[in-house]
Design a protein around this ligand. Structure first.
Ligand SMILES: [Zn+2]
Ligand SMILES: [Zn+2]
Length: 70
């Protein structure tokens, strides 16, 4: 079974369409921007095996992340 890949409009990473609640956003960005549940990422060879996100973050996401982070 193959999964459909999309590219995130925010961080430009690829992700599996069915892993995100949002059209056009990877689970990580949809979590940070809109509060949707994030994927519990498990990285293998640079990409999450669950959602295919590659760990990239836009400048906007990085800033958000730092504000929320602790
Ligand atoms: Zn993204
Ligand atoms: Zn993931």
């Amino acid at each position: 079974m193959s999964r459909v890949k999309q590219n995130c409009n925010e961080c430009e990473s690829e992700y599996f369409e069915d892993s995100s609640e949002m059209m056009g956003l990877c689970p990580n960005c949809s979590h940070i921007l809109y509060g949707y549940p994030n994927c519990k990422h498990e990285f293998e060879n640079g990409n999450c095996i669950k959602c295919s996100w590659n760990g990239s973050k836009s400048e906007y996401i990085k800033n958000k992340d730092e504000q929320n982070g602790n």
